[in-house]
Design a protein around this ligand. Structure first.
Ligand code: PMP
Length: 403
């Protein structure tokens, strides 16, 4: 029995009300992106219909409305992450941009040849490639926390990697490929104990669990709006305020400056320091509405419901003949990943699509962890608060009938 009004939640998502290939749409590709409730869609329309203006720079009424809406959204993000200050919330395009920002600002500024960065074997390419690029440029060493056969990071191996050379540990809170929930507080504390900074990739975490950056005590936390029922093109970099203010600006331009002469420019404090140019104002406001939406239901209830649904789905999938589940950690969120004997993952995806079921089949931008399990690709159904046991039943039935 869902701990919230599931029918009402489903009714809030217009896209779920349609048929695809002659069947009711079953959206199980939430790890790639989530659908948007009417409340978010309406809020964005309302912005363009009644508030649209550039922010901060004008004396007129609409500029004040747009600025209030944008800064109001920042305040909602602060509450959502339990950040200590609203100045710790930088709007960016998404998780990818946030990680690149930290790499190219803090990383470029502070890291030198021989310094080490640790990531985990579970990372999305967005949390590998920016560090690799920085490593190539500056002569850094990238080290990897191995994963065990269940797809969980091995803390004893991690402990062995930590040394005075370690300057940064950057890891995911929830794996997008396997659903593993990593022991984030522990990993962070171990890094801090040797003086390294910590970045947590929260892209797959925020829609499933309550996040508290002060409790995690990470230095940076990143997520994407579109994975938490908000729009694409907007995301968040959280950083501890003092740290953000000592980081060099990343992009230069309007909004991020205090004073400009041809000889010299001085910069704003965070967050403006990192928000050069006109940002994605409307979608930030839309993200604020998405945060209101999940907060009204309650992240704890969402977590509890999805946990049960994941457990239910895991049990049924295990009974499908020839199905090998990859990622069997005790602590998981949202994601099921598998291969089916006798079928290519694309074939499984295409078969499910014929029946209106949307799943991802591919490498999920996390090739290293799939190769760890000897595969190049998996089928990945991923859950959100609007999915039901009936969705799972239909999926499993379709898998049983595949030919
Ligand atoms: N990290 C993880 C764990 C992800 O799942 C994703 C998106 N698949 C990203 C980073 C990148 O997010 P975005 O594409 O929204 O920048």
């Amino acid at each position: 029995q869902p701990p919230f009004d599931l029918n009402k939640v489903r009714a809030d998502f217009p896209i779920l009300q349609q048929q695809v290939n002659g069947h009711p749409l079953i959206w199980l590709d939430n790890a790639a992106t989530t659908q948007k409730p009417r409340q978010v869609i309406d809020r964005i329309s309302q912005f363009y219909e009644t508030e649209n203006s550039n922010i901060h720079r004008a004396a007129h009424e609409l500029a004040a409305r747009a600025t209030d809406a944008y800064e109001g959204a920042r305040k909602k993000v602060q509450g959502f992450l339990n950040a200590a200050s609203v100045n710790e919330i930088v709007f960016v395009r998404g998780s990818t941009e946030a990680i690149n920002l930290v790499a190219q600002s803090w990383g470029d500024q502070h890291l030198k040849a021989g310094d080490e960065i640790i990531v985990s074997h579970l990372e999305h390419h967005a949390n590998i490639v920016p560090w690799q690029q920085l490593a190539a440029k500056k002569g850094l060493v990238l080290r990897v926390i191995p994963a065990d056969d269940d797809g969980q990071v091995i803390l004893e191996e991690y402990a062995k990697l930590l040394s005075p050379k370690t300057k940064l540990v950057s890891f995911t809170q929830v794996s997008n490929a396997l659903g593993t929930v990593t022991p984030a507080t522990k990993i962070t504390a171990m890094a801090h104990a040797i003086g390294a900074k910590v970045l947590i990739d929260g892209a797959q975490a925020v829609s499933h669990k309550r996040v508290n950056v002060q409790e995690l005590d990470c230095d940076w936390y990143v997520f994407s709006g579109h994975k938490v029922f908000g729009p694409t093109g907007i995301g968040v970099l959280y950083g501890k305020e003092a740290l953000l203010n000592e980081m060099q600006p990343w992009q230069g331009g309007g909004n991020m400056i205090r004073e400009v002469t041809f000889e010299h420019t001085t910069y704003q404090q965070a967050p403006a320091r990192f928000e050069a140019g006109t940002g994605n104002i409307a979608d930030a406001v839309g993200l604020g509405a998405a945060i209101d939406y999940v907060s009204a239901i309650g992240l704890e209830l969402i977590d509890q419901y999805e946990h049960n649904l994941l457990h239910y789905a895991t049990g049924l999938l295990k009974q499908v003949k020839g199905l090998r589940l990859i990622g069997t950690a005790a602590d998981k969120a949202g994601v099921l990943s598998f291969v089916l004997e006798g079928f290519k993952t694309e074939e499984v995806g295409a078969w499910l699509n014929k029946q209106g079921i949307a799943v991802r089949s591919g490498h999920h931008c996390a090739q290293p962890i799939l190769r760890r399990f000897g595969v190049e690709s998996t089928v990945r159904p991923s859950l959100a608060l609007y999915n039901t046991c009936a969705d799972v039943d239909t999926l499993v039935q379709a898998l049983q009938q595949i030919h």
